[in-house]
Design a protein around this ligand. Structure first.
Ligand code: SF4
Length: 357
């Protein structure tokens, strides 16, 4: 079947459901799959170029009502280890990010029922007032759905008010696996897959660009993985609002699902990276997840369809709460990219105004 897939040319002649499943299954030749993904990547982007960003992940609260079974980061309301950052605590983090060459911040948090909508609006306004050039990439779809319920307003209203206050784009977190039965097994308190897609559709209609993600390794079947990717492709056909796709494998240490499912390895990660490049023929950028897989496997993923090394993430709390996160700095990331045979190019959040490293 890879011969048939090799003859396909992308958006005009794309992979169907069975071909997507074949790529994602263990039956396809992983090395040939990687070569096909690399060829497709090189048709869309300069072959010698790998982009990256400098930004900071700021988590504003770890208090969350969702209780996702795969999460090691959150604490339920009333828990002694729960915390929430005040706007005054957040501002120095943004300032430090700018001083270290950061151009954007990723703001995400738990679903904290004790915070009012003013908390978020004041936070966005305060950041933009102090640092007008910073790009605010914030609030994944499950947060937007939770806010809509907490504040009894539509998700569109939440987005509209946040855009007015300074929100620039939305991260694609909280997608995990968008389809059933896996989604309700691993995250029964979180928004549904359809709600996730609806928030993205609304955000795109309001002019926000977003990313899209996928996490594998919850014991989901190949059909569910293929459906997840095809749902993203269908929405991208409709709106064109996704700038990038980022896949990674579930880090199960310190979570309620530890030892419940077989951990996935590097080849599983490379297979999803390559398959996604071939299936998601309409999403331009595919990022490596070095923070979960490590810099070296991240570098290998550049030959499996990825064109972007993500961000150096000056601060990261969610993956590191499982004990599995990796860290780096701009110099080391550029060295790894160069040692892999590419020219590192620093970019902004929406891949615009590329700055040479
Ligand atoms: S993954 Fe997000 S929504 Fe789920 S429990 Fe953790 S913080 Fe809450």
């Amino acid at each position: 079947m890879l011969d048939v897939i090799a003859g396909k040319s992308g958006v005009c002649d794309r992979l169907d459901f069975d071909e997507a499943k074949y790529c994602l299954s263990g039956n396809s030749d992983i090395w040939r799959l990687g070569r096909l993904a690399d060829e497709y990547r090189n048709r869309l982007h300069p072959p010698e170029r790998v982009t990256y960003q400098v930004d900071r992940n700021i988590n504003y609260t770890n208090i969350c009502t969702s209780g996702c079974r795969f999460c090691a980061f959150s604490r339920p309301p009333g828990h002694p280890e729960g915390w929430t950052l005040s706007v005054d605590e957040l501002i120095p983090k943004v300032k430090e990010n700018l001083e270290l060459g950061g151009t954007g911040i990723l703001l995400q948090g738990g679903h904290n029922p004790d915070l009012s909508i003013s908390y978020y609006i004041d936070m966005l306004r305060a950041i933009k007032a102090r640092f007008p050039t910073i790009h605010i990439h914030a609030f994944s779809p499950p947060e937007i759905v939770a806010f809509s319920k907490f504040f009894s307003v539509s998700t569109e209203d939440v987005l509209f008010r946040f855009i007015e206050a300074g929100l620039d784009s939305l991260p694609g977190g909280g997608a995990e696996i968008l389809v059933e039965p896996t989604r309700s097994r691993i995250a029964p308190g979180k928004c549904t897959g359809e709600e996730w897609l609806d928030v993205m559709r609304t955000a795109h209609r309001l002019g926000l660009k977003t990313t899209a993600t996928m996490v594998i390794g919850f014991g989901e079947c190949i059909d569910e993985r293929a459906q997840h990717l095809l749902k993203l492709r269908e929405l991208q056909d409709e709106t064109g609002g996704f700038t990038a796709f980022i896949p990674w494998t579930f880090q199960q240490s310190k979570t309620a699902m530890e030892n419940e499912v077989e951990p996935l390895g590097g080849l599983d990660y490379l297979r999803i990276q390559a398959s996604a490049r071939l299936i998601l023929d309409n999403i331009a950028h595919h990022q490596v997840s070095w923070v979960t897989q490590g810099l070296r496997l991240g570098a290998v993923a550049l030959k499996f369809g990825a064109d972007d090394f993500s961000s150096i993430m000056i601060e990261e709390n969610v993956v590191s709460s499982t004990g599995a996160g990796f860290t780096t700095n701009e110099v080391e990331m550029c060295r790894i990219i160069q040692a892999s045979g590419y020219n590192p190019v620093k970019r902004l959040t929406l891949y615009q105004n590329i700055l040479h490293a």
